[in-house]
Design a protein around this ligand. Structure first.
Ligand code: C2E
Ligand code: MG
Ligand code: MG
Ligand code: MG
Length: 284
């Protein structure tokens, strides 16, 4: 009996594995097609200055618009893209499109915004990365200091030595660098100094229970103080309430993004959002 059960468990186990593998393969095939057909879109979420309340930049966030399924969120396909290496092509498409978009808005008379683009570990360790970024800047006409490249804290820590060289090259180009999801990995701020980082983005999980959660409040305050001592600016991610924003202002946080201002928007809607804010200011 034990033997039969063992065999059954094994059968169920392999069956589950096969299903997971074929599902992944299907996603991979569909994602490859989506890349070729141009079914990937880029949405943009405003980033604001805490002190002045003005929009200083946007973060580019990829979306997959499937003809049948509708809008698919990156959580569902970025991991597959990373496992299969499709992330390099995907990431390059996003980078090029985001740079062109920043220039297009400016040419349409909107304020010159910073453009933040997420890079995965695969991209940052690609020896071609610096020349790809240089090309995206050159072809779009975006000036380097307006491009912010976001890499997560965990990418930075697991690939530290490989990333260091690329980061130095990128900094030479004049782009800004932000550490994303800060606080979820394990790095010391003193260590961060080596990387000549411009921004720390405090992860949403530390922001969501502010101001009530005392330990999150202290952690955020500590990150802000130490970052400022190292000449690094701090952006709070996932700000959803006025109370959170007021509290972050008291802590001396530099900038923020979150649903309190806006969800990530398609480019036309983001432009509309910017125009409406302008109108409000003129009326005020
Ligand atoms: P991320 O870079 O940390 O981006 C911020 C995420 O938080 C976005 O999710 C955004 O929609 C969400 N968010 C912003 N404000 C709020 C808020 O107030 N409340 C809540 N609950 N969420 C908020 P999204 O767009 O689903 O992206 C998820 C992740 O996928 C990103 O996290 C990033 O790691 C990855 N990703 C997105 N686009 C790209 C890309 O082009 N390349 C790479 N490599 N990764 C990307
Ligand atoms: Mg990001
Ligand atoms: Mg983040
Ligand atoms: Mg994240």
């Amino acid at each position: 009996l034990a033997k039969a059960e063992g065999r059954n468990t094994f059968r169920y186990y392999t069956q589950a594995l096969t299903e997971a593998a074929s599902e992944r393969l299907e996603t991979e095939t569909r994602l490859r097609r989506a890349l070729e057909l141009g079914h990937l879109e880029v949405f943009y979420q405003p980033q604001l200055d805490v002190a002045t309340g003005s929009i200083i930049g946007v973060e580019a966030l990829v979306r997959w618009r499937d003809p049948e399924e509708g809008l698919i969120s990156p959580a569902r396909f970025i991991p597959v893209a990373e496992e299969t290496g499709l992330i390099n092509r995907l990431g390059q498409q996003v980078l090029e499109r985001a740079c062109r978009q920043a220039v297009a808005w400016e040419q349409a008379g909107l304020p010159a915004l910073d453009m933040a683009v997420n890079l995965s570990a695969h991209q940052i360790i690609d020896p071609q990365m610096t020349s790809r970024v240089r090309r995206a800047l050159h072809e779009s006409g975006l000036s380097a200091e307006r491009l912010v490249l976001e890499i997560t804290e965990s990418t930075l820590m697991t690939q530290a030595e490989d990333v260091l060289g690329t980061l130095e090259e990128l900094k030479q180009l004049g782009v800004q660098v932000a550490i994303d999801d800060f606080g979820t990995g394990y790095s010391s701020l003193a260590y961060l100094k080596r990387f000549a980082i411009d921004w720390l983005k405090v992860d949403r999980c530390f922001i969501q229970d502010l101001p009530a959660d005392k330990s999150d409040a202290e952690l955020t305050q500590t990150i802000i103080n130490l970052a400022h001592n190292l000449g690094i600016q701090v952006l709070a991610e996932g700000v959803e309430t006025r109370e959170q924003l007021d509290f972050l202002a008291r802590l001396g946080c530099d900038s923020w993004q979150g649903f309190l201002c806006s969800r990530p928007l398609p480019p036309e809607e983001l432009a509309e959002h910017l125009n409406n804010r302008d109108d409000e200011k003129r009326r005020a």
